[in-house]
Design a protein around this ligand. Structure first.
Ligand code: TYD
Length: 215
């Protein structure tokens, strides 16, 4: 497919904020890269980013969080500290410039991992969300859904476990259930795709959902 001009008025050209979620090993990183490639073919150059990370400070915090043990609430606060830098210095400027932003995880991950996974009270996470980014919500959140066992098998094939990935299957069951519950509660903002299928099939579902924003 060649790069197509963007028809439509300013609304059609505005950037969208799309986040990708799922348990570790679900295949969301593959889907972000493939989605970005499809958008480029359509003449859209998305900003691809990730959490925790994305800024020099965010990446330093990521390295700490992936390796050092800490209180669940400390972990939550550091996630939101990294997120504040990410929102102010990366996401908001890109959206203000009408760019598409594809983020490998965002605040739904805090509800799923720190909330359901580690037992931090969801009200505290909601308070941080209101404090750190009161206005910003993803236009769409894609949950690449696989069961905890399949995800663990995939992870074992490709890498050594980091501090999160070393958690037992029950942890990832809780994380997965939290994502699915959030998707059900806010169905207009979420797309849940069955990540056990071939990557091409998963990508087709994602592009189908983005289609109204692309013409
Ligand atoms: P991720 O980049 O998806 O892992 P990888 O690149 O190793 O596949 O995310 C790193 C870890 O951070 C992941 O295990 C989930 C965790 N995380 C949280 O616990 N809470 C959050 O709010 C975010 C953004 C990530």
């Amino acid at each position: 497919m060649s790069a197509a001009p963007q028809p439509g008025g300013p609304a059609a050209r505005r950037g969208r904020f799309v986040t990708f979620e799922g348990v570790d090993g679900a295949g969301k990183s593959t889907q972000i890269a493939a989605t970005a490639q499809q958008l480029r073919r359509l003449g859209i150059e998305p900003l691809v980013t990730r959490e925790p990370g994305a800024t020099p400070l965010g990446e330093a915090l990521r390295a700490m969080m992936l390796t050092q043990s800490m209180e669940p609430l400390t972990e939550t606060l550091l996630m939101f500290a990294a997120r504040l830098e990410h929102v102010r210095h990366v996401i908001e400027p890109a959206l203000a410039g009408s760019r598409w932003v594809l983020s490998d995880r965002f605040t739904d991950a805090s509800y799923a991992y720190q909330g359901a996974g580690r037992g931090v009270d969801a009200q505290r996470i909601a308070a941080l969300e209101r404090w750190i980014h009161p206005q910003l919500r993803p236009d769409l959140t894609i949950v690449v859904d696989v069961d905890a066992e399949t995800a663990a098998q995939r992870r074992r094939k490709v890498r050594d476990a980091d501090r999160f990935e070393a958690e037992p299957a029950e942890f990832f069951e809780r994380v997965r259930a939290a994502y699915l519950a959030r998707a059900e509660a806010e169905s207009h903002r979420f797309l849940v795709v069955d990540g056990r299928r071939e990557p091409q099939e998963v990508l087709a579902d994602i592009m189908e959902r983005l289609r109204p924003w692309l013409s």
